[in-house]
Design a protein around this ligand. Structure first.
Ligand SMILES: Nc1ncnc2c1ncn2[C@@H]1O[C@H](COP(=O)(O)OP(=O)(O)OP(=O)(O)O)[C@@H](O)[C@H]1O
Length: 289
């Protein structure tokens, strides 16, 4: 099940090679010496039915620290969206563990505890429109995601979120299907921010948008990353799934490249150009800057 405010959607193990950079060094993604906010160990997820099963993630080890912005890059089908679903505790891996904060193994705790973990994440899906309930106006989509306390004064909470993402208040009563692609994505960002998340996970948040709309959405996400809301943004993390290395360079501190469901590279943005052949292949496969 998706979190409140999202339509449920299906989602779903793989061959591969070794990683460039830090994924073999499990402490490399953790800054400041503390425990990472999110840790995956040996995560494998297969998707599909009985006839055709696809190994979408295979033996993934990954740490994400509070305060980091991590871009997940890779070719189409490399497992980026699958990883996003696993990291947020929405999709269960067939094997491996996911630790989030003080919960050592998210899939071994009771569902109630898992829901508490999921509430730490704001999720911006790849295709916002299909994640909206078509019966709801844009404001209601965001209101539905509010935590119980904020729901007491939902109207002003939603208005504040609309303002934050640069959406005119009159758009609250419009159905998302009648909004532009960029406006819809910003409704999706507002919905993700409604939970005041510790981790914002954005899956190709600008796909299908023109350059101006892309900039607006990226700016809104960047502001959340830097400013936070009512809390120290140093406690927060952003995971940005993208096939576009230009966006990764612009937004992230660190880049994780997936290849056939495995972590092929885990490097700082500064090392993006010196990451060795595996990473170079991925860089060359991405759109030109
Ligand atoms: N519902 C599904 N049923 C069967 N296979 C699936 C399903 N969803 C994804 N897959 C397969 O799992 C693999 C990983 O898919 P995933 O969506 O995670 O890749 P991705 O890197 O996010 O791709 P893209 O950049 O195109 O969004 C791919 O081989 C894909 O075809």
């Amino acid at each position: 099940m998706r979190p409140p405010g999202y339509l449920d959607e299906g989602s779903g193990e793989a061959p591969g090679g070794g990683a460039v950079g830090g994924s073999g060094d499990r402490s490399s993604g953790v800054r400041g010496g503390g425990a990472p906010l999110i840790s995956c160990r040996g995560v494998t997820r297969t998707i599909g039915g009985r006839r055709r099963r696809v190994a979408a993630l295979y033996g993934v080890d990954l740490d994400i620290a509070a305060g980091e912005t991590v871009a997940v890059v890779g070719r189409s089908g490399s497992g980026k969206s699958t990883l996003a679903g696993v990291l947020t505790g929405l999709d269960q891996p067939q094997s491996g563990t996911l630790r989030v904060g003080d919960v050592d193994d998210v899939w071994s705790v009771p569902e109630r505890e898992r829901r508490r973990v999921r509430r730490r994440f704001g999720w911006i899906p790849q295709d916002a429109l299909t994640s909206f309930d078509p019966r709801y106006a844009a404001g209601d989509v965001v209101a539905e995601a509010l935590p119980d306390a904020a729901a007491l004064d939902a109207a002003s909470a939603v208005a504040a979120l609309f303002e934050r993402v640069g959406l005119a208040p009159e758009l609250m009563t419009r159905r998302p299907a009648t909004l532009s692609g960029g406006e819809r994505q910003r409704v999706a960002v507002a919905r993700a921010l409604a939970v005041d998340p510790d981790v914002l996970v954005a899956d190709e948040p600008t796909s299908g948008l023109d350059v101006v709309a892309q900039e607006r959405v990226l700016d809104v996400i960047a502001v959340q990353r830097r400013a936070g809301v009512g809390a120290d943004c140093g406690d927060r993390a952003l995971v940005l799934v993208t096939h576009d290395l230009r966006i990764a360079r612009r937004m992230a501190d660190r880049v994780i490249a997936l290849d056939a469901g495995r972590v092929a590279a885990d490097v700082s943005v500064a090392d993006l150009d010196t990451g060795g052949p595996a990473l170079r292949q991925l860089v060359e496969a991405s759109p030109a800057p």
